[in-house]
Design a protein around this ligand. Structure first.
Ligand code: BG6
Ligand code: MG
Length: 221
């Protein structure tokens, strides 16, 4: 029986993913690395340092910098991102999400955030939806990032629920892989081909309807 919903944040509840990607793109350009759209897509859901390491690898620069230099690059990228999110308001909640949260509340479903972002609490406060959630996984406690299932298992445990009692929402390929590795029901938001492992896929959040997702969830094996 459905008892809870687990949400990624960037690209699911709000479009902060675009700020992450543009800040990474700027940093890559400064390092003389040109990223393709497909490479940028692969950064979705990936933790800060893992993202930087992926970018350096894409540019064939994986052994070029010391850990201290990499920390500096990551801090620069984060400073740009933090600057961008200051202007966020409740208007930045993606279409379909307010109704989804309302429908979930009406059914007394518990809700948690499974975001790799250390900026998630700031963003949730800016959006004015912090109090909607019963738990937020602290990414600094994680040993492994998405696509490892750890973050989704932790989110489910925060709500005291089992894998077959939750539906989890993601826009990232690595995130959908993490949900499936955690044995949970995955809703993918975005490209059908990239997110093909998901149990239910929509092109955008505007298409999310809890009753329709639940129908598929209830029929699953
Ligand atoms: C994820 C984003 O939610 O958080 C990634 O999809 C980002 O793009 C990751 O790298 C870490 O975020 P932060 O804010 O801690 O650098
Ligand atoms: Mg995301």
């Amino acid at each position: 029986m459905l008892k809870g919903l687990l949400f990624d944040l960037d690209g699911v509840l709000t479009n902060s993913a675009k700020y992450h990607l543009s800040a990474w793109n700027n940093l890559a350009n400064e390092l003389g690395i040109t990223l393709t759209d497909a490479q940028l897509d692969q950064l979705r859901g990936i933790s800060r340092m893992d993202s930087l390491n992926m970018i350096l690898k894409f540019g064939g620069q994986e052994d070029k910098y010391t850990e201290a230099e990499k920390e500096k690059f990551a801090a620069e990228k984060n400073a740009k991102f933090v600057e961008q999110i200051q202007k966020m308001t409740p208007e930045d909640i993606l279409p379909g999400i307010p109704q989804l949260l309302k429908d979930a509340k009406a059914q007394n479903l518990k809700m948690a955030i499974a975001s790799a972002s250390k900026n998630a609490p700031t963003i949730l406060n800016k959006l004015g939806i912090m109090d909607e959630f019963d738990g937020i996984v602290d990414p600094s406690t994680l040993h492994r990032g998405k696509p490892d299932p750890e973050i989704y298992v932790k989110a489910q445990e925060l709500l005291d629920l089992k894998a077959d009692e939750v539906i989890s929402f993601e826009d990232a390929q690595a995130g959908v892989e993490a949900i499936k590795a955690a044995d949970q029901f995955a809703v993918g938001i975005g490209d059908k081909e990239l997110l093909k492992e998901a149990d239910y896929i929509v092109a955008s959040t505007a298409e999310l309807k809890l009753s329709e997702i639940e129908e598929v969830f209830n029929k699953r094996k």
